[in-house]
Design a protein around this ligand. Structure first.
Ligand code: G3P
Ligand code: MG
Length: 343
């Protein structure tokens, strides 16, 4: 960050650059901060603790609300992170709320996927755990999954609090949202095939496939284990291969998250808004609300996702590839070369 600081304009002027940090493999490995990431982040704040350099986290991960993730990150990294500085793979799902009005949707993945979708405004949400629990024998392997009983009861209890009224035998599932990495791949692939094949009524006749959305399409990501772990993209391949083998029309789906250019456009808008909030509003009155950056840095560990995304988004994005996660090459990545390769 030393070089970045020297780019700062004199005190009265607004910052010419902003930063988007990837989380897994750049800032954290599991729940452990990587290298000096807490110290580096602290340098983006003034002595009084106010934000001096606009930055946000741009992660394809998720499973909890942005406010809960902001609290977790603040604790782990020792700086105050606001929920607006957290953009997760599923954050754009909130834009789809009007498309589903009062219709039943199913939310899949680790953490609290149904709570996330309810917070975005979806009115009739069931987690896949709760939805599956209403269909006895839907998973013939469940008797062998004793380890899961308590977790399932807890999540059923929580989901029922979120949405007590719903009849899964007559209400078709009108949309499926894979919010975070699925936990029980076998059960989830089985239940999703049931929902998608029948037009939302497991056990019934074939019907039109409801829309399916994935928060991201990462094949692999860096967690606490030394080598990469299979991500949501790997789950998507599994579901797609099986669905296409058991059904006559191919799986239709949409993936969000990096490397989609709209994610970077949205990040730019949030960073510009942060500057708006950091500086006296009258400064913006003459020129409209937007703030123009000379450079926006994307710092990521995954060439296919983070660097590819910044390349597609174009200037002012400038990509920095770290060797702390998925990428371990000696030089630059050959397929998606970053503007700079870090340590
Ligand atoms: O599940 C998390 C993973 O897909 C990537 O997270 O922070 O590296 O974008 P991140
Ligand atoms: Mg990463």
């Amino acid at each position: 960050f030393r070089r970045s600081y020297s780019q700062l304009h004199p005190q009265s002027e607004r910052p010419s650059f902003g930063i988007a940090f990837d989380i897994d493999g750049v800032v954290l490995r599991g729940r452990t901060p990587i290298g000096g990431s807490p110290q580096a982040l602290r340098r983006l704040y003034g002595d009084d603790g106010t934000l001096k350099i606009p930055f946000l986290f741009l992660t394809n991960g998720g499973g909890v609300t942005e406010s809960k993730r902001a609290l977790e990150l603040s604790e782990l990294l020792g700086v105050h992170i606001s929920p607006v500085q957290v953009v997760q793979g599923h954050s754009p799902f909130k834009e789809l709320v009007n498309r589903f009005e009062d219709e039943l949707i199913v939310a899949v993945g680790k953490g609290e996927p149904a709570t996330v979708m309810s917070e975005y405004g979806f009115k009739k949400v069931l987690s896949i755990d709760e939805h599956a629990s209403y269909f006895s024998d839907i998973d013939p392997l469940s008797p062998y999954k004793q380890w899961k009983t308590k977790q399932m009861l807890d999540s059923m209890y929580n989901s029922k609090e979120v949405n007590p009224r719903c009849n899964v035998y007559s209400d078709r599932v009108k949309g499926v949202f894979v919010v975070s990495d699925p936990v029980d791949w076998g059960r989830d692939i089985q239940v999703l095939c049931d929902i998608l094949k029948t037009g939302g009524l497991p056990g019934k006749e074939k019907g039109h496939q409801p829309p399916l959305y994935f928060a991201s399409d990462d094949l692999e990501y860096q967690a606490a284990f030394p080598s990469e772990r299979l991500g949501m993209g790997a789950f998507r391949i599994g579901l797609q291969s099986i669905f296409n083998a058991v059904h006559d029309s191919p799986l239709e789906y949409t993936s969000f998250g990096k490397p989609n250019p709209f994610v970077f456009k949205n990040a730019e808008a949030i960073l510009s808004n942060l500057v708006y909030n950091m500086y006296p509003h009258q400064e913006f009155a003459m020129e409209g609300r937007g703030h123009t950056f000379t450079t926006l840095y994307m710092i990521g560990d995954n060439p296919k996702v983070d660097i590819n995304g910044a390349l597609k988004a174009g200037r002012p994005w400038f990509s920095i590839l770290t060797r702390t996660g998925v990428f371990r090459g000696k030089d630059n990545d050959t397929q998606f070369p970053a503007d700079l390769v870090g340590c």
